[in-house]
Write a protein that binds this ligand. Sequence first.
Ligand SMILES: C[S@@+](CC[C@H](N)C(=O)[O-])C[C@H]1O[C@@H](n2cnc3c(N)ncnc32)[C@H](O)[C@@H]1O
Length: 129
Amino acid sequence: VSGPQRTFNPESIFSFSFLACYQGFDPVAYLHYNYTPPRADFEGRSIVPWKLSCLHKAFTEGEGDILVDVGSGPTLYQVMSGCERFDRVILSDFLEVNRKVLQSWLQEGKSSIDWTAYFKYVCELEGRR
Ligand SMILES: C[S@@+](CC[C@H](N)C(=O)[O-])C[C@H]1O[C@@H](n2cnc3c(N)ncnc32)[C@H](O)[C@@H]1O
């Protein structure tokens, strides 16, 4: 969280044991394991299309000014449907490594996995090709 007067680092307020369980978290390995085949695909029995459908349904039932995603991790598939319903989307995560992955993707267009299939699926849910 940044403000004109100070910068707040969420890692500074959590206990050592909480920090220890997240130590060494590898966002690239997490993305590859959870969000590429075989664990994630759009043809088999993956949970991914179901998650995107649930999110789409949830977001079509509401809209607003600001969407705050707490604990985004290194992903933003979870707000793809929300982007059309909210004026601003705020992503957040406890870990700096995850925030850096999001910044790299949003500011430089760099991602360690290809999210095209996710965007296509969400566009189809929204009736767009
Ligand atoms: C289950 S992961 C979800 C990641 C991603 N959105 C996904 O769907 O794969 C939860 C995330 O919440 C973050 N987190 C845990 N405790 C948090 C807290 N108190 N405040 C902010 N983020 C937190 C973790 O760093 C982790 O990346």
